[in-house]
Design a protein around this ligand. Sequence first.
Ligand code: GTP
Ligand code: MG
Length: 195
Amino acid sequence: MIIQAEFQCSNTDWKKCPKADLPEFAFIGRSNVGKSSLINALANNKKLAKTSSTPGKTRLINHFLVDKRWFLVDLPGYGYAKASKKSRHIWGEMSSKYLQNRENLMCTFVLIDVRLEPQKNDLEFINWCGEKQLPIAIIFTKSDKLKAGEIQSNIAGFEKSLLEYWEELPPRFLTSSVKKNGLAEILEYINGIIS
Ligand code: GTP
Ligand code: MG
């Protein structure tokens, strides 16, 4: 498990992010998918990342230093319908520049709300990562909100959508920040990459 996580800094520009001298893992997804909750659950610290029932809370590139060994990055959510077109564009620019330029970025975890049908903007983002050859893994969130059967069929539906574009599926995880399910698997995956 994560022993110690501390907030480092927030930036709008990837060039101002901390020195890229440790491996880094980013978390991104549609607004309200549960990124901040997942980060807090991983770190076992409810106050680390700001969570909110109002979508669009995370507007900056937020760096957290974990066990003084790796950086965890909370990125602004994409596809928040109520944000103005201009601010959506700015968030997108900020994240896409960061994702394409950050040299120590090992993997981007794309969070998907397991309750929803495959969403266009999620698939577009995943396919964009594929085009840019950015390594990703998928984290299905909020598993506590559905029955096992519904989870299985939603995940199968999502995988089917991905396989229309991808020959091979990226690694996938199923989590609940409320029940703390699936967190150890993510940390193991990260550990496997950095050690
Ligand atoms: P933005 O920063 O606004 O883009 O959102 P976010 O993706 O960081 O989402 P956040 O963690 O703030 O969670 C959004 C809402 O979903 C909050 O009301 C959370 O309590 C709820 N939530 C997050 N994860 C879970 C989960 O695993 N289970 C349940 N039941 N609710 C969750
Ligand atoms: Mg957030």
